[in-house]
Design a protein. Structure first.
Length: 140
């Protein structure tokens, strides 16, 4: 009976290790899903910012029949183009792009952790199967 107890103990340890690994994979997948959701929302915000930038740029460049001269060009068009169109929106869009890149990197990192765990889990599952078989043979 000593061998049977030893095998059962090993079996429990392998099952425990397998559950720990499965828990990690579940945690990693949750992070991948959360990152994907944030990524899509941020991608949509970038699209909106790009559309707004284009809209403001078009609006600022329009000619106005009753609005001409320095007030239009110096006090309105130049500040809006340099401050909002060329700096503000561009900076925001660049920041969003940088964040999208970082999100992609993190998502890939967690996906790779999931993939790398397949070998470990496969090995543990194989050990469980072998121990179960040894126990079954002892009991028969």
């Amino acid at each position: 009976m000593g061998l049977l107890e030893e095998l059962n103990k090993s079996l429990r340890n392998y099952r425990k290790n397998l559950e720990v690994e499965r828990g990690k994979v579940t945690e990693y997948q949750k992070k991948v899903d959360d990152i994907a959701e944030i990524y899509e929302a941020m991608k949509e915000k970038k699209k909106l910012m790009t559309e707004q930038k284009k809209s403001v740029k078009t609006f600022v460049s329009e000619n106005h029949v009753y609005w001409k001269g320095n007030l239009l060009t110096d006090d309105y068009q130049k500040p809006v183009k340099s401050g909002l169109v060329n700096s503000g929106y561009t900076t925001i869009i660049t920041d969003i792009d940088n964040n999208l890149d970082e999100l992609r990197n993190k998502k890939t990192e967690y996906e790779n952790k999931i993939l790398s765990s397949k070998g470990i889990m496969g090995s543990i599952e194989s050990s469980i199967n072998s121990l179960g078989n040894s126990i079954a043979k002892l009991l028969n």
